[in-house]
Design a protein around this ligand. Structure first.
Ligand SMILES: NC(=O)c1ccc[n+]([C@@H]2O[C@H](COP(=O)([O-])OP(=O)(O)OC[C@H]3O[C@@H](n4cnc5c(N)ncnc54)[C@H](O)[C@@H]3O)[C@@H](O)[C@H]2O)c1
Length: 259
């Protein structure tokens, strides 16, 4: 039986662990081939190797580096013969209250969480439009924002700002791609707390069980999420099942933003 993204080629950033790795495994399971990138070359190469050389390749990439993006798009487009799907997933948490956030931390969080999404869209869209035209299979950009891009917290000034901007940038990209008739859609995904290494600082402080329970108590559904909760949302938006959906925000938040 054909998979839900059968025959498509995806580029996924920050794929060495956590959500990026789960998204890579999900898209491959559903018939895609994937190009994986991360700052951590050894780890992302191990993820690609575990998926098989015919299904996945990996490259080192710093998503804040413009020249690196140009080179990555080139390498990605030639690895399997094009790009249909871009998942801008690489990101960092960080920052604290507005008065306590050092300016260099503010800039770093915006570079990794926001500039990367701008650069990824800017350089991938021409390559993706070409692939869509050549293959007749639809294109999709999925930007991983956060529920923190919709609900603010007193101690996340930089992260709130960067993730909110990703939400709005995604809508601008969606409208541009529609107007240019590229065949590419663009949407943002907004996870609440998910069990990945990004939560390690809290896990180190309280232990996994207590840390997850503490966070889970803030969520109407009563628990934090698993990486596949996000991978399923990305799979849907990446697939042609979502061919009428662009400029949308998909919250995967256990109901927290409904309060
Ligand atoms: N896990 C959560 O609770 C949660 C909630 C909301 C949003 N998110 C978002 O999901 C995305 C993935 O997060 P995660 O939980 O898997 O985190 P993670 O820390 O487990 O993984 C992030 C990956 O991004 C890579 N990375 C960091 N900076 C990079 C750079 N400059 N260039 C290339 N790669 C870089 C890291 O090496 C790592 O492999 C992030 O954008 C994050 O903000 C996560």
């Amino acid at each position: 039986m054909a998979g839900r993204v059968q025959g498509k080629i995806a580029l996924i950033t920050g794929a060495a662990q956590g959500l990026g790795e789960a998204i890579a495994r999900m898209l491959v399971r559903e018939g895609a081939r994937v190009v994986l990138t991360d700052l951590n070359a050894a780890k992302v190469e191990a993820v690609a190797a575990s998926l098989g050389a015919d299904k996945a390749v990996a490259f080192a990439q710093d998503v804040t580096d413009e020249a690196g993006w140009i080179a990555t798009i080139d390498k990605a487009a030639s690895a399997f013969g094009g790009i249909h799907i871009l998942v801008n997933n690489a990101g960092i948490s960080g920052g604290t209250t507005v008065t306590e956030t050092p300016f260099d931390v503010w800039k770093k969080v915006h570079a990794v969480d926001l500039d990367s999404v701008f650069l990824g869209c800017k350089y991938a869209i021409p390559a993706m439009a070409k692939t869509v035209k050549e293959t007749g299979s639809g294109g999709s950009i999925v930007n991983i924002s956060s529920i923190a891009g919709i609900i603010a917290a007193h101690n996340s000034a930089a992260y709130n700002s960067a993730k909110a901007a990703v939400r709005h940038l995604s809508k601008s990209v969606a409208l541009h791609c529609a107007k240019q008739k590229t065949g590419i859609r663009c949407n943002s995904v907004h996870p609440v707390f998910i069990k990945t290494p990004i939560l390690d600082p809290l896990v180190d402080r309280f232990g996994a069980e207590e840390a997850y329970a503490k966070l889970g108590r803030q969520i109407p559904l009563g628990a934090i999420g698993e990486p596949d909760d996000i991978a399923y949302a990305v799979l849907f938006l990446a697939s042609d099942e979502a061919k009428m959906i662009t400029g949308a925000e998909l919250k995967v938040d256990g109901g927290i933003s409904a309060m």
